[in-house]
Design a protein around this ligand. Structure first.
Ligand code: SPV
Ligand code: MG
Length: 292
């Protein structure tokens, strides 16, 4: 596995453009995101957990997230930002995870300062416990010093606002994580309006670019983000997962109601679209060349 996607992502983060990425659960979705023209894929712990039908609460193992991420890297040519949750344990787990995700082709690794096992961020009343600044800084430093390609982007995510610990704590943590070597700071908010995130952005005085996930404050547009400045990555974390659930429920209800597939066939992508996404034509070329 080459590490070129990390170098590519790092140079794009240094550029002028706001980069937008989409959360996915598998390689097929990752392909769709690339074809739609987004800049990167977010290998989403929430979406991958949902694909197993279980909560995003450190239930699935590192290996399950890793294999999903690897399968994406094998078939797409845009960078992957790997959601590594808490780093799957302490700083020693982080060292192992960084080796594995870098070798699997991730361009960036994102870790959050929650206690393992975590609970998902946007769950009303969710159990939001943070580790100490010292402990998480050690995890960031472990990630930075483990990467083989110095361009692998290390994103430190603070959940201080999610946990209700306030702006001062979030800013303090972000500065410590930058000092520990983080390339970017992901600041997450569950507020239903963009005010909280805009306040953090305006008060951020570090050099590290910011990353945001506007799931709960969808009124914030890319133009707004650009006006605010300092943010280089926007992650649309779970919209296509929710879209897939909606589309599948609709078709299922119609098939059940109609007593067959005669009313849905024209309304869904043809089987040939699936062949395309599987790169069957590439396989056919190989058959011509090598099957004798
Ligand atoms: C994910 O998509 O796994 C995320 C974003 O980490 S959130 O679910 O909002 O925490
Ligand atoms: Mg996650």
């Amino acid at each position: 596995m080459s590490y070129e996607q990390a170098t590519r992502l790092r140079s794009r983060i240094a550029g002028q453009k706001l980069l937008t990425g989409v959360g996915v659960r598998d390689a097929l979705e990752a392909k769709l995101v690339g074809q739609a023209g987004f800049d990167f894929v977010w290998s989403s712990g929430f979406a991958i957990s949902a694909s197993y039908g279980v909560p995003d609460a450190s239930l699935i193992s590192m290996t399950q997230v890793l294999e999903a991420t690897r399968s994406m890297a094998e078939v797409i040519d845009i960078p992957i930002v790997a959601d590594c949750d808490t780093g799957f344990g302490n700083a020693i787990n982080v060292i192992y995870a960084v080796k594995k995700f870098e070798d699997a082709g991730a361009a960036a690794i994102c870790m959050e300062d929650k206690r393992f096992p975590k609970d998902t961020s946007l769950l009303p009343g969710g159990r939001q416990e943070l580790v100490s600044v010292e402990e998480f800084s050690g995890k960031v430093q472990a990630a930075v010093e483990t990467r083989k390609n110095k361009d692998l982007v290390i994103i430190a995510r603070t959940e201080a606002l999610i946990a209700g610990w306030g702006q001062e704590e979030a800013l303090k943590r972000a500065h410590h994580y930058e000092e520990a070597g983080a390339d970017c700071i992901l600041i997450h908010s569950k507020s239903k309006t963009p005010d909280e995130i805009l306040e953090f952005i305006s008060r951020w005085e570090g050099k590290a670019p910011l990353v945001i996930v506007p799931t709960n404050y969808p009124s914030l547009t890319e133009a707004d983000v650009q006006r605010a400045g300092k943010v280089k990555l926007v992650i649309y974390a779970n919209q296509i997962l929710r879209a897939a659930i909606g589309a599948q429920q609709t078709i299922l209800a119609e098939m059940k109601k109609a007593g067959g597939i005669h009313t849905v066939d024209g309304a869904i992508p043809p089987v040939s679209r699936v062949f395309e996404l599987q790169d069957v034509s590439g396989m056919k070329k190989d058959e011509q060349k090598y099957l004798r």
